[in-house]
Design a protein around this ligand. Structure first.
Ligand code: SF4
Ligand code: SF4
Length: 255
């Protein structure tokens, strides 16, 4: 499985941030919500935080109710996909006749559509390698519309810039791990830590504040205060810690 792939027929044309395409999606279009069935949506860490807040669930409960874990090919790292309903069309659990019931908090992949992200290189300064696939699925009639978009404007309009910025360290871990020799395997414990820090933020908070973690690592009081009060800061802290565990990058210090 590659990330993210909710798209069955990918046009092999590469798009850069300045490329243009014609597309418009709206409630009166005859294919409305057809793209929300039979899909494979990989959830990013920030997607999970947004959705669990929206649904007023703990991250543990959200994972249990709405997701399926999988191993990401070539990385040996666990990823999370949205669990589809067991109906004839394999619908997304959030699609209703009048559209997406979590629209303001919809996942990154849904925001990008009709673009598929290929590079995962959303770190600042990584623009040289940033590219997208244009997804042209026959059931989607948004391509018949005349509204023209530049890729960079589409990203802004759909709010993916914020998602990509918050998920940047997570995507960087995946990209780095993918280039590791296949014979270097992660321990089950490390995979578990990656899973918890990436997808189960409530459990990760418990781990940081209720285990011996803070006795083991030299973390400054300001950071401790920040990650206690702010889930996004905790997510970023967790990703930096995982990066240190896996690649010895960053400035984590044992006491
Ligand atoms: S989360 Fe919303 S936009 Fe995404 S597939 Fe489900 S219903 Fe469609
Ligand atoms: S135009 Fe495409 S993206 Fe919009 S509802 Fe139709 S199938 Fe979905």
């Amino acid at each position: 499985m590659e990330i993210p792939t909710n798209m069955a027929n990918i046009d092999p044309v590469k798009f850069g941030p300045e490329d243009k395409f014609k597309f418009l999606c709206h409630k009166k279009i005859d294919c409305f919500t057809k793209c929300c069935r039979g899909i494979n949506i990989v959830l990013t860490p920030y997607d999970i935080i947004r959705l669990k807040r929206r649904l007023q669930l703990t991250s543990e409960k959200f994972l249990a109710l709405y997701t399926t874990p999988q191993l990401l090919e070539k990385t040996d790292l666990p990823v999370i996909t949205l669990k589809l309903l067991d109906d004839e069309l394999k619908s997304c659990p959030f699609v209703k006749d009048n559209g997406c019931m979590v629209y303001e908090d919809r996942p990154t992949t849904c925001r990008y559509y009709p673009l598929g992200v290929a590079s995962l290189s959303h770190k600042e300064g990584a623009d040289d390698n940033e590219f997208y696939f244009f997804v042209n699925e026959p059931h989607c009639h948004g391509f018949k519309e005349q509204k023209e978009w530049k890729v960079s404007d589409w990203r802004k309009d759909q709010g993916v810039d914020v998602h990509d910025q918050i998920n940047a360290e997570w995507t960087d871990i995946i990209v780095r791990k993918r280039s590791f020799p296949a014979n270097i395997k992660l321990t089950e414990q490390t995979k578990k830590m990656f899973f918890t820090a990436s997808y189960n933020i409530d459990k990760f908070k418990e781990f940081v504040f209720e285990s011996s973690f803070l006795n083991k690592y030299d973390i400054d009081p300001e950071t401790i205060k920040k990650i206690k009060d702010d889930e996004i800061a905790l997510l970023e802290f967790g990703m930096n810690w995982i990066k240190w565990l896996l690649f010895k990058l960053g400035n984590f210090k044992l006491k």
